[in-house]
Ligand binder design. Structure first.
Ligand SMILES: Nc1ncnc2c1ncn2[C@@H]1O[C@@H]2COP(=O)(O)O[C@H]2[C@H]1O
Length: 673
């Protein structure tokens, strides 16, 4: 597990030279596997409630060594204290003392192996790392558990250069208006007569086409050897009357919630690129900038039917008098090693497309798919805040294992499509030309038949699920709840049992899907009647593809999956799988974020050829689980991360088997990728 903490200075140096070699090899042979090029240090792996382990990473290009400004932080819920903790564990004993290693000293173990330190004190060395090595902070969203370390550390440790605070304009605006506002915290920024310790970098969503070239087009170089591209994603919704939000005069930039925009036609036409391999065919990569321009140009009315769209920072909702739903913006960063082109993808908090009022994950997967197919994108850091027992109305904009699988299935579709395009493109030109000529008419006819007008460059792609539609909102007239409300108090009549909410999360445990969990937690959780329990969405579990490795050696043997032989497990799985549509709909009414029934049917009636092709589609990809929320139950309950890990493994085994490697992140560890 984990990355390369075992690595000593030797291995770090080897990795660095390997990165240089890889670049040379890649230039000679584009198909050659790339050597590690990136390091990710996990400073904070959790999502609370413990405030000393909240989201924070350091990323660097191995080729850059430990030079000034060579490290970029991704979120900084914790920061300096976590670096101190790592150094305290990994600096040699008696460093700088008569009977210990002399100073300066090159660390030989831990995530900072290879770094020369000049102090015996771990704190002083951590201060050096913060002050001199880390220049840029990529913030996914402005929630406290992602920014607190940065805010506190930056005031106390000014360096010679301002820290670059980079994020979507919504994030930057939130810092301006709600953090560095001389109320919550002094204005450390270089705007509005601030102290100048922080300079804001407003990133263009989807990358600016004016930046970079070739495969690096659109990427912004944020530090030595690293370039980034950001996409906005959704992190739950807020359902309250909030006239205070957006009243600051900040116009929301970047991401765009067409579901609430009042734009005619299918919102996916704008939000979601066509199912082509490259969405850039159908949408400018800097859609955010385009919309930003439109809005700044006094055309904000396009968002709200003629009303000025003034929105609160970090929200995708439209601040219109008759609108009371907004979506928290978060983001996902593609981080690219400039020398080798190797990439990782790090998500901030994110919710599943299937429950989102503003589904935006598909566009990230459409960008990621071809990169995975090309072997460039090697790891995805994605949150899994809760285990599968968390009911939908308590997701608060987060993922659980079942939704991770759902999202990764969408990614797998994009990877398969990209591979197919590559395969077709590398066919003999003459054969391809002949086939294209022969198939041209057919395809035209087929597109007309299906109504699918996506332009895939003339290539027949496997049919992928469309991005879920934003949920239709109730007509205003039908809502009597025109008061500040929380999501869980919506549709009170539709709630099956009021005891469900009073029991909180405990009532959800009957949805537990792992045998281990049900055994270990059955004593400590309430046993509410099943009718009061929101049921889980059926998982995207497909039969193993015939002829595939799992066909001959299926991960779930008949005996294993036979409910007669394993009644407990069979019952749980069976319930999730055989749930009727009407029963499912009833259960999901407990949540305002009820997944669309179309999503459900897409899971229960998958396209067989596509399902088959998804098996092992993500082989070679590392999926690092972050932002796990501890339950702090005590009493021998397994840590939340272990439960999540087990559930992911079970979904992999019983589902299509996407083939990726799941890794649970832990603070203090690192990944060499
Ligand atoms: N409506 C709500 N009621 C109670 N807790 C919430 C609500 N919305 C968000 N939260 C919690 O607040 C937390 C803020 O950070 P997170 O998004 O990590 O996780 C969130 C939930 O744990």
């Amino acid at each position: 597990m984990g990355g390369g903490t075992a690595g000593a200075a030797d291995s770090q140096a080897a990795a660095t030279s390997a990165a240089a070699m890889a670049a040379a090899m890649a230039a000679a042979d584009p198909a050659a596997p790339l050597a590690p090029a990136l390091q990710v240090i996990v400073l904070g792996s959790g999502g609370g409630p413990l405030e000393n382990n909240v989201t924070a990473f350091l990323v660097r290009s191995l080729a850059s060594g430990w030079t000034k400004g060579s490290v970029v932080a991704v979120d900084a819920g914790v920061h300096l204290s976590a670096i101190v903790k790592i150094l305290e564990k990994t600096q040699p004993q008696q460093l700088g003392e008569a009977d210990g290693p002399s100073l300066p000293h090159v660390l030989t173990t831990g995530p900072f192996a290879g770094l020369e330190v000049c102090n015996a004190s771990a704190e002083a060395n951590a201060a050096h790392i913060h002050r001199d090595l880390i220049d840029g902070y990529l913030i996914t969203h402005p929630h406290l558990d992602h920014i607190a370390g940065f805010v506190i550390n930056t005031a106390g440790l000014p360096g010679a250069r301002p820290k670059k605070l980079a994020g979507l304009p919504t994030t930057v605006n939130a810092f301006k208006n709600h953090i560095f506002n001389n109320i919550i915290w002094p204005n450390l920024s270089d705007e509005n007569n601030g102290a100048g310790l922080v300079t804001y970098m407003r990133l263009v969503e989807g990358g600016s086409p004016a930046l970079g070239k070739g495969e690096g087009k659109g990427y912004l170089e944020v530090c030595d050897g690293l370039a980034v591209k950001v996409w906005s994603v959704s992190h739950g919704h807020c359902i309250e009357r909030h006239s205070h939000r957006g009243s600051s005069g900040s116009v929301r930039h970047g991401s765009f919630d067409a579901s609430s925009a009042g734009i005619g036609g299918d919102p996916r036409a704008i939000l979601t690129p066509a199912r082509g391999v490259s969405h850039h065919h159908s949408m400018p990569p800097n859609l955010g900038a385009f919309l930003q321009d439109r809005m700044q140009g006094g055309q904000g009315g396009i968002l709200s039917g003629g009303q000025t769209s003034r929105r609160g920072s970090g929200f995708s909702g439209v601040q219109a008098p008759d609108e009371s739903v907004c979506v928290y913006d978060s983001s996902a960063y593609f981080i690219r090693d400039v020398t080798t082109g190797r990439e990782i993808l790090i998500f901030g908090d994110v919710e599943p497309d299937s429950v989102s009022l503003s589904p935006r994950n598909r566009q990230v997967w459409q960008e990621a798919g071809p990169k995975i197919a090309a072997g460039k994108l090697v790891a995805i850091f994605i949150e899994c805040s809760y285990d599968d027992s968390q009911c939908v109305d308590r997701l608060f904009g987060h993922l659980t294992p079942r939704y991770i699988i759902e999202e990764l299935t969408a990614l797998a579709e994009e990877v398969v499509a990209a591979r197919q395009v590559t395969a077709e493109q590398t066919e003999k030109p003459s054969a391809a030309a002949a086939a294209a000529a022969a198939a041209g008419d057919n395809k035209k006819r087929k597109r007309a038949d299906t109504g699918d007008d996506n332009n895939n460059g003339g290539l027949a792609l496997p049919k992928r699920r469309p991005t879920p539609q934003p949920r239709e909102r109730e007509p205003r007239g039908r809502r009597s709840d025109d008061h500040p409300i929380s999501p869980k108090s919506l549709h009170p009549k539709q709630r099956v049992s009021s005891s469900s909410s009073s029991h909180g999360r405990d009532t959800t445990t009957t949805t537990t899907t792992t045998t281990a969990l049900s055994q270990s937690q059955s004593h400590s959780h309430s046993t509410s009647p099943p009718t009061s329990v929101p049921m889980p969405m059926p998982l995207p579990i497909y039969p193993p593809p015939s002829g595939s490795p799992s066909g001959s050696n299926p991960p779930t043997s008949i005996a294993e999956s036979d409910p007669q032989q394993h009644p407990e497990e069979g019952e749980e799985s069976g319930r999730g799988l055989s749930l009727s549509q009407s029963q499912h709909d009833d259960d999901m009414m407990t949540s305002p974020t009820t997944p669309l029934s179309t999503n459900l049917s897409s899971f229960t009636h998958p396209n067989p050829p596509l399902v088959s092709s998804l098996h092992n589609a993500l082989e070679g990809l590392k999926v690092v689980i972050i932002h796990v929320k501890e339950k702090l139950d005590g009493g021998g309950t397994p840590p939340a991360g272990e439960v999540i890990f087990e559930e992911l493994g079970r979904h992999e085994k019983e589902g299509v088997g996407l083939g990726c490697e799941f890794v649970l992140s832990r603070a203090g560890e690192d990944f060499i990728l």
